[in-house]
Design a protein around this ligand. Sequence first.
Ligand SMILES: Nc1ncnc2c1ncn2[C@@H]1O[C@H](COP(=O)(O)OP(=O)(O)OP(=O)(O)O)[C@@H](O)[C@H]1O
Ligand SMILES: [Mg+2]
Length: 139
Amino acid sequence: MMRTTTLNKLDFVIVREQDVVPFRNKVKEEAVKIGMGILNQTKLITAASELVRNLLKYGGGGTVEIESVTNGRENGILLRFSDKGPGIKDIDLAMKDGYSTGKSLGLGLPGTKRLVNEFDIKSAEGEGTTVTIIKWKNG
Ligand SMILES: Nc1ncnc2c1ncn2[C@@H]1O[C@H](COP(=O)(O)OP(=O)(O)OP(=O)(O)O)[C@@H](O)[C@H]1O
Ligand SMILES: [Mg+2]
């Protein structure tokens, strides 16, 4: 993950389905604030929706940090999803198109990676999962 400076930071607690819409609205609000265009906003919000769904479904809920960041040249939105769920045994496998333990499409993680500019996943079995993404304003 690229080094960034944080300009503004918000924490969101996600424990139930009803927490998702306000979270998504806040991501959009922060993207609009930095002047991100509609196409990149849509990519960011789609990625955020997938990751928040995983956080709820597999992680049992958790927190999301929404940050406005800069790398010195460009501004962007960083989202960090953290849960203390069961973790992921094989991250390489989880990142493959079509892999799901939840009888779903298995496109959430690999699709998310393709929609953003930076993608980092850390997970330890029994300890939880942290996924960090960045979408640059013009990325
Ligand atoms: N936060 C998490 N904690 C534990 N396991 C996770 C977490 N996120 C993803 N996984 C595991 O990685 C797998 C792949 O996730 P991915 O989002 O790509 O697919 P999915 O959620 O199963 O299906 P889809 O997102 O297409 O509905 C999941 O089936 C699950 O086993
Ligand atoms: Mg998913």
